[in-house]
Design a binder for this molecule. Structure first.
Ligand SMILES: NC(=O)c1ccc[n+]([C@@H]2O[C@H](COP(=O)([O-])OP(=O)(O)OC[C@H]3O[C@@H](n4cnc5c(N)ncnc54)[C@H](O)[C@@H]3O)[C@@H](O)[C@H]2O)c1
Length: 255
């Protein structure tokens, strides 16, 4: 369910979301659009991204700007940021959401696999931030929100490259927050628990697994992509003006 809260300062804000075409990113694209923000999103997957932009335009009368790019390509990433700025003005809210949670056995990981994994799960987070910072400085501040995961805290066995990147995101968040705070640029991370997106349902979900997981949450609801939206809107808004360098865990209170 989309949050009912209204953050008036987000109306008209220039927002950029990576991986905004499906899963949690799609809920964020819609959530910011519902606040009246000017939303641009980068995604490699054209079909779901265009379908999302069509649906939002039909429902809200405002079309989010879809920018097709592969975040592993830093020049393409920079060009996308420039297009978002040209269309909507300096980006004042950046959400680094895209990731790839492919499972992998330790013995199967090659150097190429490792580098490719980090090139999606960690490297773009720095370079999108680097690309938006001059505009945030011009605008007098901004908010950068990085998606990490509770998985790296939980000894997850089957995706060490992913969990290494997710731990790295927390370090990156702190480092950037320290560096950019004097310019009123806030940098925070959001760590979801298990969120049942289309991809999760397709690849990893079974009824037994969900039931076992939800049994360990304080709140006994299956988490959906929409459940991340309110936290991200709050971090984007001036409602969280002095909140920076933190990681907010959104996992229903998983034990
Ligand atoms: N779903 C969960 O249970 C869960 C749990 C913890 C953390 N997270 C984190 O939340 C964020 C969103 O997760 P999700 O489950 O919605 O992911 P998802 O896989 O469903 O969606 C990721 C989006 O990123 C895009 N993308 C992937 N690689 C890309 C690339 N190279 N260039 C451009 N776009 C690319 C995909 O096309 C997709 O639209 C991620 O950072 C993930 O690590 C998710």
């Amino acid at each position: 369910m989309m949050p009912s809260a209204r953050f008036v300062d987000l109306e008209g804000a220039s927002v950029l979301i990576t991986g905004g075409g499906s899963g949690i990113g799609a809920a964020l694209t819609e959530g910011f659009a519902r606040q009246g923000a000017k939303v641009a999103f980068i995604d490699i997957a054209e079909r779901p991204s265009l379908a999302l932009a069509d649906r939002i335009e039909k429902e809200l009368g405002r079309r989010p700007l879809y920018l097709k790019a592969d975040l592993r390509d830093i020049e393409a990433l920079r060009a996308s940021v420039a297009m978002a700025v040209e269309a909507h003005g300096d980006v004042t809210v950046l959400v680094n959401n895209a990731a790839l949670d492919d499972r992998h056995a330790v013995e199967d990981v090659t150097v190429e696999f490792w580098d490719n994994n980090q090139a999606i799960n960690l490297r773009p987070h720095f370079f999108t931030a680097q690309a938006v910072v001059p505009g945030m400085k011009r605008a007098g501040g901004g908010s950068i929100i990085n998606f990490t995961s509770t998985s790296f805290l939980m000894n997850f066995p089957d995706m060490p490259a992913y969990t290494a990147a997710k731990a790295g995101i927390v370090g990156l968040t702190k480092g950037l927050a320290g560096n950019l705070g004097a310019d009123r640029i806030r940098v925070n991370a959001v760590a979801p628990g298990w969120v049942i997106t289309e991809r999760q349902r397709e690849l990893w979900v079974t009824e037994e697994r969900i039931a076992a997981h939800v049994a360990k949450q304080c709140i006994k609801d299956v988490m959906q992509a929409d459940d991340l939206v309110g936290t991200v809107l709050f971090l984007a808004s001036d409602a969280s003006r002095m909140l920076t360098a933190q990681t907010l865990i959104v996992d229903g209170g998983y034990l």
